[in-house]
Design a protein around this ligand. Structure first.
Ligand SMILES: CSC[C@@H](O)[C@@H](O)C(=O)COP(=O)(O)O
Length: 364
């Protein structure tokens, strides 16, 4: 998508061979592009959220393997790299998926052939992500078109949580892709953006990308969604996911579950946009089985923003020494999900629905 009219992906390889990312810690206030040169750079970038969002975490890990293969293509190095990158963040399954994809290609190869093959597969993973998200957008567009038609062409209001936009993927985004396609289709569409405490991905990233693309939106506090639904101001919810189970339980940014409950209580359709690498076919009960990342309490006791001089600063908002819990994700049970918007179409959030859509992956 575009920044100041120029097309960007969230990760790319320069003609010189260097892998670069947008360091998302400074958005929306500063656009900092940084190279990732070593395995440690890649691990730090994922763990400390220079990059974030399930699909982008996977793509970054793939390039991390490639860069390490250029430095040391031995079996030991390949195995260690899997471990080092895998332990950076526990919840998004795309990380493991991408590392497994890399291993599938690299393990059978002689070490001297690994670097080139690794860069080629990492580039493919990125291209596949872009196309997958484009397809998700087209399937999501059908849902939005139907709602627009029911409203006689009136404004379609979408609520979204966290950032499941293009900075969370290689391009297009998952939850935002249907929105961008709707805009292109000429549909009058408006997005309510949950700020998404504690890291404020909605306030800092979703608002930023929607402004950049001229998409009508309002930033709202996390607790406003239920009120807006009660008053008929939301037509549908679309969120992303970090891991979806074989029966359609959806793990996503903390707070998603509360939005799903409010949507159910108010008869608002609740959709989840997901590329198939986000499905963990080995897991059924999301609440019991998905590891939920616990991040530092400092993300809760402090907020980051720009001061009047334009400097990016962190401000403490609670008393000194306040203990804080910071679970980063929650699980929305499948029965609260209206549908899963995948690259192959919209599936019901059921084991049967997902297995019918992806028969080659479903565990029998
Ligand atoms: C397309 S992204 C879906 C999710 O990855 C997104 O909504 C989300 O929860 C991101 O969490 P983050 O902690 O910023 O990596």
């Amino acid at each position: 998508m575009k920044i100041d009219g120029k097309h960007f992906r969230s990760i790319w390889r320069e003609p010189s061979g260097e892998v670069r990312i947008i360091d998302q810690r400074w958005l929306p206030h500063e656009l900092r592009i940084v190279p990732l040169n070593t395995r440690k750079d890649f691990a730090d970038a994922i763990r400390d959220m220079w990059v974030r969002g399930a699909p982008l975490i996977g793509a970054t890990a793939a390039y991390g393997v490639a860069v390490q293969m250029a430095a040391d293509p031995s079996d030991t190095s390949l195995d260690e790299t899997y471990e080092v990158l895998h332990e950076t963040r526990p919840t998004a399954i795309n990380l493991k998926w991408a590392l497994d994809e890399m291993n599938k290609v690299l393990k059978p190869l002689a070490p001297q052939l690994r670097a080139e093959a690794a860069f080629a597969r990492a580039a493919e993973i990125c291209d596949e992500d872009v196309e997958t998200n484009r397809q998700i957008g087209l399937h999501g567009l059908e849902i939005i078109r139907e709602i627009a038609a029911k409203k006689g062409g009136g404004r379609v209001n979408v609520l979204t949580h966290c950032n499941a936009g293009w900075p969370a993927t290689v391009d297009w985004g998952t939850a935002t892709s249907p929105v961008y396609h709707a805009v292109e289709d000429g549909i009058d569409i408006h997005v309510f953006v949950d700020e998404t405490r504690p890291r404020n991905q909605g306030a800092q990233l979703t608002s930023w990308e929607l402004i950049s693309h001229g998409v009508s939106h309002d930033l709202i506090v996390d607790n406003a969604g239920g009120h807006l639904m009660q008053h008929g101001e939301i037509d549908l919810v679309i969120v992303g996911t970090d891991r979806t189970t074989a029966r359609g339980d959806v793990c996503n940014k903390i707070g998603t579950y509360l939005k799903a409950l409010a949507a159910k209580a108010n008869g608002v359709p609740f959709y989840v946009a997901l590329p198939s690498p986000t499905i963990d076919w080995t897991v059924v009960d999301g609440v019991k089985e998905i590891p939920i990342e616990e991040r530092t309490g400092e993300e809760v006791t402090h907020v980051q923003g720009r001061d009047p001089e334009g400097k990016i600063i962190s401000v403490q908002i609670s008393p000194d020494g306040t203990p804080a819990r910071n679970p980063a994700f929650d699980v929305t049970p499948a029965e609260l999900v209206t549908g899963l918007i995948t690259e192959r179409g919209v599936s019901p959030a059921t084991a049967e629905g997902l297995a019918a859509m992806f028969p080659e992956f479903a565990v029998q």
